[in-house]
Ligand binder design. Structure first.
Ligand SMILES: Nc1ncnc2c1ncn2[C@@H]1O[C@H](COP(=O)(O)OP(=O)(O)O)[C@@H](O)[C@H]1O
Ligand SMILES: Nc1ccn([C@@H]2O[C@H](COP(=O)(O)OP(=O)(O)O)[C@@H](O)[C@H]2O)c(=O)n1
Length: 207
């Protein structure tokens, strides 16, 4: 199954909760886009230069570890995860994610994972796993999302809101809900409420 949605709509927290309830892993596609961005920044590669970025990424492959409490990204023995949620990565990631070559690099890694799992991101239900048996799309107002995300960033809520709106705009090309996705406004719900809503909608395996 797939959970897509706009920035900071609750995708990874909800995917983690749903996956745990189902006893399967979840995978966070955004972490791979974030890792590509961070490694490109570190190497001094211009973020719009797909050829240079891909050469760099292919030289030392990444591993996405689908831990139930939170996915992690490794490059060899180095755990990159904690560096990936900075405002600097937030600001650069949409440029990297707009590159078709990078999207193919992410999609290949996701499609190689052993099913079943919950996949979360922007285009899981539309492009990567269009055959998924259940699809969800999370939304919430920019203000609500900024209030949540500002707990996780040093910037104030207005700056976080402006950055989220800008990132949504840049990501719009790959962020439309699948026609068969259940759209959930997480604004009025608790995290547990969103997870419960999804579990109630899920088809039983025999349905
Ligand atoms: N009702 C809710 N639904 C989803 N997330 C919520 C909710 N209330 C608070 N949150 C919090 O919002 C924050 C952003 O969620 P996260 O899972 O990181 O979103 P995303 O993966 O879409 O960026 C997390 O701290 C999460 O716990
Ligand atoms: N399936 C996906 C997932 C993420 N992304 C890109 O990766 C960025 C980070 O995704 P994320 O899911 O970690 O971001 P948040 O919604 O958690 O803030 C997004 O802003 C998109 O640019 C994408 O293009 N397609």
């Amino acid at each position: 199954m797939t959970i897509d949605g706009v920035a900071a709509s609750g995708k990874s927290s909800v995917a983690s909760g749903v996956a745990r309830a189902l006893g399967i892993p979840y995978v966070s596609s955004g972490l791979l886009y974030r890792a590509a961005t961070q490694l490109g920044r570190e190497a001094g590669v211009r973020l719009g230069d797909a050829a240079a970025l891909l050469t760099h990424l292919r030289a030392r492959p990444l591993r996405l570890e689908a831990l139930p409490e939170g996915n992690r990204v490794w490059q060899g023995e180095r755990d990159l995860t904690d560096e990936l949620h900075s405002s600097q990565v937030d600001a650069g990631v949409s440029v990297v994610a707009a590159l078709p070559e990078v999207r193919a690099w992410v999609d290949d890694q996701l499609r190689a994972l052993p099913a079943p799992f919950v996949a979360e991101g922007r285009d899981m239900g539309t492009n990567v796993f269009p055959q998924a048996r259940a699809k969800f799309y999370l939304t919430a107002s920019a203000r609500v999302r900024a209030e949540r995300r500002s707990q996780e960033r040093p910037e104030d809520v207005d700056a976080v809101e402006a950055a989220l709106i800008e990132r949504d705009r840049r990501d719009a090309g790959q962020s439309a809900p699948a026609p068969d996705a259940h759209v959930i406004d997480t604004g009025p719900l608790t995290l547990e409420g969103v997870i419960e809503t999804i579990l109630q909608v899920l088809p039983t395996p025999t349905a």
